[in-house]
Design a protein around this ligand. Sequence first.
Ligand code: CMP
Length: 215
Amino acid sequence: LKEMPIFQNLSDEHLLLISKGFSINKVKEGKFIFYQSEESTDLYIILDGAVKACLLDPEGKELILNIFKKGDFFGELSLLDGKPRSATVIALKDSVVGILKREQFLTLLKNNPMIAISLLSALVERIRMTDEMLGAMAFLDVSRRILKYILNIAQKEGEKTEEGYIKINKITHRELASCTGASREAVTKALKILKFKGIIFEKNGHFFISPDIEI
Ligand code: CMP
């Protein structure tokens, strides 16, 4: 638990207390951890693996709000306001999650301002990312949204090549569509344009992006 950013500043005594009320669950890739509108209020912490929080429409179209990885938590909205889940959460790979009950976490919050501060900074970061996504959807066409998404990943995980490009693992059309609110057809068309303009090229399962592109 000590390695989890949200619990970093807790005393051993508090960590022991949490570990007692903490249940651990294994979830298989593709499994739904909970659904949007579901009445549940536990907090989840990812001990291993990765999950996506998304909105699904009745036809199965998906908008990914965020991807959470080891050390991240999710489910904080229902935990804090007691209302139904705001989104569906699905495991992206085999994962292990720790689950904390609402009452237990609220007691912890009351006694530990540092946890409240960690929680607030994560919430603030999530609002900033949501604002950015909203802005992109309102003001950018699909190819720019896709380019922005790819550039964000390149900034976080990219590797510079000798030729001065940034190399990242290829992103599937499905992920690009789900993360940018575009249809798959629109993604295919937009990628064609980006490649035609020489902004992106693809080789051996990787994307290569020129670093000086402006959106
Ligand atoms: P909760 O509403 O309890 O369940 C769904 C979870 O998805 C939510 O808590 C957050 O943890 C996460 N979530 C919902 N909306 C966003 C968002 N805009 N950005 C990041 N995470 C979100």
